[in-house]
Design a protein around this ligand. Sequence first.
Ligand SMILES: Cc1cc2nc3c(=O)[nH]c(=O)nc-3n(C[C@H](O)[C@H](O)[C@H](O)COP(=O)(O)OP(=O)(O)OC[C@H]3O[C@@H](n4cnc5c(N)ncnc54)[C@H](O)[C@@H]3O)c2cc1C
Length: 396
Amino acid sequence: MVEKQQFDITIIGAGLVGLSLAFALKDSGLSVALVNAKPASDTGMFEDGRALALTLGTQQVYQQMGIWPDDASMFQPIKQTSISQQGAFSRLRINADQMGQPALGYVVPFGKWGKWLWENVKKCAHVTWFEPATLKSYELNDGSVSVNLKDSNNTVFTSKLLVGADGGRSTVRDLSNIEVENFQYNQVAMVSTVNISEPHNGRAFERFMAGGPFAVLPLPDNKAGIVWCVPADRVDHYKSMSDAEYLEGAQKIFGYKFGKFKSISKRSCFPLSFQRSKALIKDRVILVGNAAHQIHPMAAQGFNLGFRDSWGLAQHLIKESDLGHDIGDTKYLQKFIDSRRHDQDQIKQLSDRTVRVFSNKLPILKQARGLGLLMNDFFPLLKKRLANKMMGLVGG
Ligand SMILES: Cc1cc2nc3c(=O)[nH]c(=O)nc-3n(C[C@H](O)[C@H](O)[C@H](O)COP(=O)(O)OP(=O)(O)OC[C@H]3O[C@@H](n4cnc5c(N)ncnc54)[C@H](O)[C@@H]3O)c2cc1C
């Protein structure tokens, strides 16, 4: 009889969160089975045109993990961020220098970062890959979980813990009968990269408009990433625009701060919703990243939050394993969940409340929003607290 393979941890999903978790367990002595639906090598799974803003906190942890690239041409430091609302004078501006930091964060093309993580995890001896493969079902045994894959071999193996890092439509969550709370923003994020005619000098912009936020992120090589959130019932109109018409519309909103938008990449669309799993653990199962919570991208915090979950989980598992504890035991997992609650609640509130308040057309709210931006701009302590939160630093 063939012995079933055994692992300490199974991670379902090799998106940015699953890959970061797998890498963070590198020197732990724990073995990892990494299951991914599509091999990155032949599907271009990361090529969706998104510009990914990593907070300073995320960058610092990646550096500590030994995976931050030496090649500085891969990412663009954010030196300044400016937040404003359409039709109002007030504006909030945060400078890295004022905050005593080298950068507020770093922007990297989503595809490049995914590939970089993927290549580095491929080199890790503690990780066994199963791809292309999806999770078919799992069963609880005494002290382990038996994982059944849908792949060419109908692979079955066991592990002590099953991690759902399989995104917003998590199969792990469904199979565990964990309910989700879901709210549609009725907005679609249209994402593209543009070539610009003048230097951006590391400036990022966020402009709140009645239809949804409009953000511009600086990228290396005289490029910028645009996220234009439009009302869901108007998305066909925006999709039908020619590149020239679309660029003209974007330029009208943004002005010529980066000179002229010269040319544009393919546009990708992402319907936006807020989603929260009602539980994050179940017997020998834990959810991280978008499987646990999905937020509006306007504050560029979704992955950063998922990353902190995965880093925190890795540290927790290493500690419990060193203590000789069963890493899949709910009573230890609960301690980790409790330790993450404050950060998760704060970021969910920051992104959700801001979008709701700034999308509201009531005139009184418009004045209040302007006042809020002004107050944050004028009061250094308020500004610092907000900046720390946005930079993913403690003490926010
Ligand atoms: C327009 C936009 C812009 C954004 N910008 C930012 C930003 O600037 N900064 C930021 O922090 N966040 C940003 N985000 C959020 C960020 O993209 C997500 O939070 C992040 O990518 C989630 O990663 P994940 O690994 O949890 O999930 P996913 O990226 O969804 O990955 C899940 C993985 O699991 C695999 N999978 C799914 N089901 C199965 C299965 N059954 N079996 C095996 N494998 C499976 C999938 O193939 C995939 O590889 C943005 C989001 C959007 C929409």
